[in-house]
Design a protein around this ligand. Structure first.
Ligand SMILES: [Zn+2]
Length: 392
């Protein structure tokens, strides 16, 4: 049988790196032996095409193995992983059904076992990646994620107080559609692609990917997008045209930008009043209602959409609390205390009080912009008509 054959892609010559210096004979022999059991190989250097990551393919006995190599320099946390998603996309495009995808650690310079790195390894493994030499470089074995809630929980753990670092979110809407909201420019796109391909392996829900616009850059690279679409994931690009249509069509506003901004400000879906975390029944509730924004004078349509989609103009509320808030049976004071309408039937009042766990919004939600929206809402209401909600 002919010897295993490597094709090495041209990224290794960027920044004057010479692939012969990085992928030494020893390394290639090691990779070859781990994949085929043989130590002899042939190699071609492929200088055609565009930058597709630190990728080599190894063909042997009718099978093709895609091998992505780690960066030497760890740099920012996303630069360490930036080559892998392109390799994963190429692997998905491979037409040989006898294919596999692998990751190989080159001797790294620095800590490659931070919480974020481990999270990314687990996503890679979930997406079907085989780590060829993790035992040589990591102290604990990489476990794939078993479920989407597993992914979200681990994500939240990493995120801690540092929400600003996160560029993509995973949630489920009222129709049991799993939604990924991702920024799609710069380093953020790598995480978005990897999340999609990993979650696709473990979810039984249908999936949507929302590409969140920022500036002019709002679409994933075409090949990554094509692979995501080919898996049956519905890709929706959030832009002003879509937002305008949503804004004009309905008052509850199922706007992707709004959901994204709420996720960014408030974190995962969770009713702020009763702590319900079932995402299918959690909604973004406007403080300054969309219907009132539409009626506002002297505002351009763009400004109105900005108000309607602002993260500061909303709360996560469960269906019940959203409805009660919308009909003004619940009231939020300017310092974030919850009140309920007096003069309603006693049994109704008792019921209302029975499923409120928090009678005060968390302090960090009460930004000046949020309080500004409360003023706009509350000036049409009379605080005297509301009683405090006592909690045992
Ligand atoms: Zn609730």
């Amino acid at each position: 049988m002919p010897a295993p054959h490597f094709i090495i892609k041209n990224k290794f010559q960027k920044r004057r790196e010479r692939y012969e210096d990085i992928l030494t004979r020893d390394i290639l022999r090691d990779v070859c032996e781990r994949l085929t059991g043989r130590r002899d190989y042939t190699v071609t250097f492929d200088n055609t095409g565009y930058n597709i990551g630190r990728l080599a393919t190894l063909t042997y006995n009718g099978a093709v193995s895609y091998v992505s190599f780690s960066e030497y320099e760890i740099g920012s946390r996303n630069s360490f992983f930036q080559s892998f998603p392109s390799a994963l996309v190429k692997y998905h495009q491979e037409t040989n059904p006898n294919k596999s995808i692998h990751f190989y650690f080159l001797q790294p310079d620095g800590n490659i076992e931070t919480a974020y790195f481990k999270f990314m390894y687990r996503l890679m493994k979930t997406a079907g990646t085989n780590f060829l030499n993790e035992g040589d470089h990591l102290t604990t074995a990489i476990q794939p994620f078993n479920s989407v809630s597993d992914v979200i929980a681990q994500r939240d753990l990493n995120r801690g107080r540092n929400r600003g670092n996160v560029s993509s979110y995973v949630t489920i809407d009222e129709n049991n559609t799993l939604q990924i909201y991702g920024k799609t420019y710069g380093a953020n796109k790598y995480e978005t692609v990897l999340l999609c391909l990993a979650i696709h392996k473990i979810t039984r829900y249908s999936m949507e990917l929302y590409e969140i616009q920022e500036g002019d850059l709002r679409k994933l690279p075409a090949d990554a997008r094509d692979v995501i679409v080919s898996l049956g994931i519905h890709v929706i690009t959030s832009d002003l045209v879509l937002e305008k249509r949503e804004f004009e069509a309905n008052d509850s506003l199922r706007s992707p930008t709004y959901i994204y901004n709420l996720l960014e400000k408030l974190g995962e879906k969770k009713c702020l009043l009763c702590d319900c975390e079932i995402p299918q029944i959690i909604q973004g509730a406007h403080i300054w209602p969309v219907a009132s924004i539409k009626k506002a004078n002297n505002l351009s349509i763009e400004t109105k959409i900005q108000h309607a989609t602002a993260g500061d103009n909303g709360l996560w509320l469960c269906n019940n609390h959203h409805k009660l808030f919308d009909i003004n049976m619940l009231y939020i004071t300017h310092d974030g205390r919850l009140k309920y309408k007096n003069g309603i039937e006693q049994a109704h009042g008792a019921y209302l009080r029975s499923f409120i766990r928090n009678n005060r919004l968390p302090h960090e939600i009460l930004t000046p912009a949020f309080i500004g929206y409360l003023h706009k809402r509350n000036r049409l209401l009379n605080e005297g008509e509301y009683d405090d909600v006592e909690i045992d």
